[in-house]
Design a protein around this ligand. Sequence first.
Ligand code: SME
Length: 158
Amino acid sequence: MSDDLSIATGNKIEMYQSIIPQIAALIEGEQDLIANLANVAAALKEQFGWWWVGFYLVKNNELVLGPFQGPVACTRIHKGRGVCGAAWQQEKTIIVPDVEKFPGHIACSSLSKSEIVVPIFSQQQVVGVLDVDSEVLNFFDATDERYLKEIVDLLKIK
Ligand code: SME
């Protein structure tokens, strides 16, 4: 599938429920990870208009910037550092309502105010993270966690 996305209006749940099957169709049948991550970032940016959305991938025991949409970002993050490195180390989703209150937050952009980071697993190991930033405080909640997990599960990284 490479046609235009259909962009939903309405509440957040309706938006996720509209975009998730379209993301599944976009990546179905394509094995190239970078191509799929790039399209997922683009689809999410188009649907939600988030400030920054993208992926970091574990390479040689560091997180390295992958496909994203938004302003330029830090390229490498050590395990345990920032929100991304913490989500990797703790192997769980982290929601940060106010990034200035998160110890060790890595400020790629001073406009970013809140954030959610969802680890991506392959064979019980974290192989990357999905990071979403908002310029609005307290923007992400359990609904985002639930649906973003569904989205990373679609990726089936080997
Ligand atoms: N804020 C992140 C760094 C990545 S950027 O925001 C794109 C963090 O503390 O992990």
